[in-house]
Design a protein around this ligand. Structure first.
Ligand code: BQF
Length: 291
């Protein structure tokens, strides 16, 4: 069993980016600048957005955090987005998800200038992604591709089973891995909550991407020997023995599944850190596109 170490790999990627930033600024190109909009003060969202700000410092970027109250109107949020769209200092920005229920997420994502949409969530960029045209790939699928690439996990001709059809992970992951690209050329099956006989399907998988959001859902009886497993889950489970009061659980029952695995990502320290690193990569690309 080989652990796909997202923590170490993401640190390496951030170092590579920092070196490139130094080279760019040396020839007079401005320092990449990422902005993030956070609405409200959900604990997990705050953790994620702080991790992004910290990663900017590590990669040699500038960052701006725009904190807005939970009760902000949709219109006022759209105005904040317009400001970032117009601000020439900002190369790329994200709107931290999820948003409060009174705000239409789709409307918000569509307001982001596609050239600054470093999360790759604007329909224009989703379309480009689906057509394998140059664009910002959504950070989590992008991070998974990069992890598979760097660990030389063979994907060509392999059967990849994706569990989960979210717009952020499952759907783009399925599209990307079927494409003619590195960490692609796979035969992809997408499964979800209405799938019948899931276990019979996952047992045929060479690679499983678990992105359904149910802690420890994928168990050893659902996989074949030699499988490679990508765990996208990160559910907070109350645990008084931890200093934060919770532990993170993946969608994979790591202890049993790892025994049958060729490659497997841990939680924490697997896909999560890669997501942050690829957001940095997209922001660097956004800055280069403008110079
Ligand atoms: C780790 C996210 C669900 C909904 C909205 C490192 C992150 C997570 C885990 C992280 C995520 C998940 C992010 C670890 C960003 C990934 O060490 O295992 C980093 O910060 N993520 C997000 O911004 O929004 C989410 C998951």
């Amino acid at each position: 069993m080989v652990l796909l170490d997202g923590k170490a790999t993401s640190a390496q990627i951030k170092d590579e980016i920092a070196i490139e930033v130094q080279k760019l600024t040396a020839i007079g190109i401005k320092t990449p600048h990422l902005a993030a909009i956070l609405v409200g003060s959900d604990g997990a969202s705050l953790t994620y957005v702080n991790a992004k700000v910290k990663a900017c410092a590590k990669a040699g970027f500038e960052s701006t955090l725009v904190k807005l109250p939970e009760e902000i109107s949709e219109n006022d949020l759209l105005n904040e987005i317009k400001k970032l769209n117009k601000n020439p200092e900002i190369d790329g920005f994200i709107v931290q998800l999820p948003l409060p229920k009174h705000i239409d997420e789709q409307k918000v994502l569509m307001a982001v200038n596609p050239d600054k949409d470093v999360d790759g969530f604007h329909p224009t960029n989703v379309g480009k992604m689906a057509l394998n045209l140059p664009t910002f790939l959504p950070a989590t699928p992008f991070g998974i591709l990069e992890l598979l690439k760097r660990y030389e996990v063979e994907t060509s001709g392999k059967h990849v089973v994706v569990i989960g059809r979210s717009h952020i992970v499952g759907s783009p992951m399925s599209i990307l891995m079927a494409q003619k690209r590195t960490a692609g050329n796979a035969t992809v099956t997408i499964t979800h909550s209405r799938t019948k006989n899931l276990k019979e399907i996952t047992r045929q998988a060479d690679i499983i991407v678990a992105a359904l959001g149910i802690p420890e859902f994928l168990t050893a009886d659902m996989v074949k020997d030699g499988v490679s497993v990508i765990d996208v889950g990160i559910t907070r489970i109350a645990d008084e023995s931890k200093k934060r009061g919770y532990r993170l659980a993946g969608d994979v029952h790591f202890e049993s599944v790892s025994k049958k695995s060729s490659f497997i990502t841990p939680v924490p320290g697997g896909v999560g850190p890669m997501t942050i690193a690829m957001l940095m990569k997209n922001t660097l690309q956004a800055a280069k596109n403008r110079s």
